[in-house]
Design a protein around this ligand. Structure first.
Ligand SMILES: Cc1ncc(COP(=O)(O)O)c(C=O)c1O
Length: 390
């Protein structure tokens, strides 16, 4: 059985929810139908909405079920931009960062190419920390031109935490809406939508123990979001499409479990992360822990290894039965150096030498021991192979 240390890519479905999920799949009815079966399906969706609202700490009407993080980011970024530009044609600036996930960057680039948006990329330091003083200064001079700010809560590659409260504190002075991709944050670090003052926040089920294909966009009641996806008018008209009661139910239940266990799981993962970090650094003495001593989610452990290819490391660890990730984008089947590390000012070679070990609620001491046992030989092999010429 492979050792799975790639939870930031997708975490296993929670075993205690599978039976219920499967039996829900047999329930007949569209939650929008008015007959009894439809209403039963509707009730299941509304129960899930209540459960999710409690876990996220928001009002139930602010929860919109989606297919996942990508859809949530698209609905929010495009919707907030088009909502702002409709009200005031000179508000065409979107402030974001090059360290965002592609599901956050690509909608911004699309708006630039097709809708006249102008992206302003927040400076980030070598650890990926966004420059909030720069943001405050920029808004002081240009706030009337800014449509929205979009910054992720936890970076899915490095585990770095963005100071969201500080960002919204700056933006709120000018009434500028802030969207956050909280896909790598929700269920892993303490989080309250109500306290965050965000306009919108995207979460995804398969990072929590729900199946792939369900997520939620949390939309503040006063957010001015244009509708960008049209159809049956479900979910406040913002996310049309037939709702899946089994998927919504499993998302609600997995979110409740993740939040209830958060402190205990985090303590365990922090303990494991320390072991992994010191074992890696004992063998690879020049390894660089990517987010340095900046605040982060301990379950994401990201290193760069000078003169060593992350792809080779991944392959050799995989051959030894340990699944990890380079954290870099593999788009259209082509391995590329991580855009996140490049945005942090790393060279292409440095970015190619990265490895992400990500832990989750199922991670055990045995998993950690297996990684620690497999790492020295994998590292020696990858170091010997060196970097491919690019
Ligand atoms: C930070 C972040 N945002 C967005 C996504 C996309 O989420 P989904 O796979 O649910 O579309 C991911 C998935 O890897 C992610 O890590």
């Amino acid at each position: 059985m492979a050792i799975y240390l790639d939870h930031a890519a997708s975490t296993p479905i929670r075993a205690e929810l599978i039976d219920d999920y499967i039996s829900q799949l047999q329930v007949i009815g569209n939650p929008s139908s008015v007959h009894g079966l439809g209403q039963r399906a509707r009730q299941a969706v509304e129960d899930a909405r209540d459960q999710l609202a409690k876990s996220v700490d928001c009002h139930r009407s602010e929860v919109l079920f989606t297919s996942g993080g990508t859809e949530g980011n698209n609905l929010a970024i495009k919707g907030l931009y088009l909502g702002a530009i409709k009200a005031d044609a000179s508000r065409n600036v979107i402030i974001t960062a090059g360290t965002e996930h592609h599901a956050g960057i690509d909608p911004v680039e699309w708006l630039e190419q097709t809708e006249g948006a102008s992206a302003v990329w927040l400076p980030v330091d070598e650890f990926g920390v966004v420059d909030t003083a720069w943001l405050a200064d920029y808004l002081e001079k240009n706030s009337s031109r800014v449509a929205l700010i979009s910054l992720m809560w936890v970076n899915n590659e490095t585990g770095l935490i963005t100071p969201i409260a500080e960002v919204t504190g700056i933006a709120n002075k000018y009434g500028i809406p802030v969207h956050s991709d909280a896909v790598a944050a929700f269920g892993h670090v303490p989080l309250s939508f109500k306290d965050s003052s965000l306009a919108t926040m995207a979460i995804s089920g398969h990072k929590l123990g729900a199946p792939v294909g369900v997520g939620a966009l949390i939309v503040a009641r006063n957010a001015k979001l244009a509708v960008t996806s049209h159809g049956g008018g479900q979910e406040r008209g913002i996310r049309s499409g037939t709702l899946s009661a089994p998927l919504a139910g499993t998302l609600g239940a997995s979110a409740a479990l993740a939040v209830a266990e958060l402190a205990e799981v985090h303590e365990r993962l922090s303990f494991f992360a320390k072991q992994i970090r010191s074992a890696v650094q004992a063998v690879a003495t020049d390894a660089i822990f990517t987010r340095g001593d900046k605040p982060g989610f301990d379950g994401i452990i990201h290193f760069t290894f000078p003169g060593c290819s992350g792809d080779s490391l991944l392959f050799l660890l995989d051959s030894a039965g340990v699944c990890v990730s380079t954290g870099s984008a593999c788009r259209a089947g082509v391995a590329q150096p991580s855009h996140v590390l490049m945005a942090m000012g790393r060279s292409e070679d440095q970015a190619r030498g990265s490895l992400r070990i990500s832990l989750g609620y199922t991670t055990t001491q045995e998993d950690v021991n297996s990684f620690i046992a497999a790492f020295p030989a994998a590292y020696a092999g990858a170091k010997k192979a060196g970097l491919p010429s690019s």
